[in-house]
Design a protein around this ligand. Sequence first.
Ligand SMILES: [Zn+2]
Length: 251
Amino acid sequence: MPLEKTDAIVLRTVPWSETSLVVTLWTEGFGKISAIAKGARRLKSPFESALDLLSRSSVVFLTKTGDTLDLLTEAKLQRRFRSAQRGLLPLYCGFHAVELTNVLTEDHQPLSGWMDWLSLTLMALDEGECASSATLRFELQALRMLGLLPSLTQCVGCGDPIDLDRPTVAMTTSGGGVACPACSPVQRNVLRITTQTVRVLQRASEVSLNDLEFSIPETAKSETRFVMEHILNQLSERRLKLLPFLEELKR
Ligand SMILES: [Zn+2]
């Protein structure tokens, strides 16, 4: 049973026994793991606040084989998420980012860059960055890292470049992106959206850790949320419970 040490962000905690929790963590190097934290529910928990949701902590865990859960032996808080003090919206956006991570990723499958984007998004929300922009940027980067980014420049049917000089474009939320006028009639789950929205989604997908500059124009807020709700509901099979709480991002 090897002992592993890594940085982690707390995605979810569930009571396991009267005194223990099962914690789901996104880790640097090991991807998503679930581990038992013995004593974490005691008043004097050995983990203190290192297992609070959205916290970034350095953890030590024992990996188990087969279906047995890993065992968390140490957790030390590095950074606490403080956005609750700013109001409910940044808090919900933080919860949404960790839920998205929990629902869309597989156990023990590290994804390059995920830790950085998740950590940076929680920090941006903490620092009062526009919650709409920070959330959309994370969602598009998450889709990119998962290899699920919708096609935003080429038709999903024929591969032709999409004419972004038209006022609106057809987008299929189940077929993976935009469709040209010839192909859109045979696509399923088609939304007709403005080209401004397509451009905003494109920009959010193209930012990098070295160049984070991205903000949503006010006029695109509502429709980008509408599109993301459709895409994320399809991908997660409606397992994302925080999405309905993000209505305020549309305003
Ligand atoms: Zn086409």
